[in-house]
Design a binder for this molecule. Structure first.
Ligand SMILES: Cc1ncsc1CCOP(=O)(O)O
Ligand SMILES: C=C1C=NC(C)=NC1=N
Ligand SMILES: [Mg+2]
Length: 217
């Protein structure tokens, strides 16, 4: 599993509400062509797809990710992830218990967990998480109920205590402010708006990857 988290990973996260008026599947395909390493469907907010519309959209995302051999993960919704045969699921602290999710999805699928402390990280790792998401690192407008920006100190703490678990930083991350996230030891950056809103997504992904090169770890 660890070879799925090579540095620098660029983990794109999007829902239909984040596509800034563009066709979300076109945005996803551009991101896949541009070299993202992971994709997560995070369908939330007013106007979010539900029911059969969501299943069909998720299936189309799955098809595209399979075509480009990139892991496809779904946020929160374990039933949807199982229904479409997604490669993994990402859950937050307020979602289903991570031990329960691991039991439901089996050991082959990827399990990602959002954590905000060493204690939460320990619990997630003990439950079999494959990676952790930590944030918001910087200010974000893509999550209505985001906690206050925490910088990278939490990422450093968790990696210091648990050096073998891949950690992704998330929240307001751009190629310009990504170096601090790499410096903290993150395996990757998880990004919504800096990619979904980019004029040239492939170029933006290249900027993210280049931002890692300049950092001495
Ligand atoms: C889902 C999530 N969790 C913490 S911040 C955030 C949103 C990240 O979006 P953006 O990259 O646009 O700041
Ligand atoms: C909140 C999140 C944190 N990290 C990741 C990778 N995805 C999320 N949805
Ligand atoms: Mg959640």
């Amino acid at each position: 599993m660890c070879n799925l988290f090579n540095k620098p990973s660029v983990y794109f996260i999007m829902g239909t509400q984040n596509a800034s008026g563009k066709d979300p599947l076109k945005v996803l395909e551009e991101a896949l062509k541009g070299g993202i390493t992971h994709f997560q469907l995070r369908e939330k907010g007013t106007g979010a797809l539900r029911g059969q519309n969501l299943v069909e959209f998720a299936e189309k995302c799955q098809e595209l990710c399979t075509q480009y051999q990139i892991p496809f993960l779904i946020n929160d919704d374990v039933d949807l992830a199982l229904a479409v045969g997604a490669d993994g699921i990402h859950i937050g602290q307020e979602d289903m218990d991570c031990g329960q999710v691991r039991a439901l999805i089996g050991k082959e699928k990827m399990l990602g967990v959002s954590v905000h402390s060493l204690e939460e990280a320990r619990i997630a790792i003990d439950a079999g998480a494959d990676y952790l998401g930590m944030g918001p690192v910087y200010g974000t407008r893509s999550k209505a109920d985001a906690k206050r920006p925490a910088g990278t100190v939490g990422i450093e703490e968790v990696i210091g205590q648990f050096p073998h678990i891949p950690v992704f930083g998330i929240g307001g991350i751009t190629p310009q402010n990504a170096p601090a996230v790499w410096q903290a030891g993150a395996s990757g950056v998880a990004v919504i708006s800096a990619l979904s809103g980019a004029d040239d997504i492939a170029l933006q992904i290249a900027h993210f990857k280049n931002s890692y090169k300049g950092v001495l770890i």
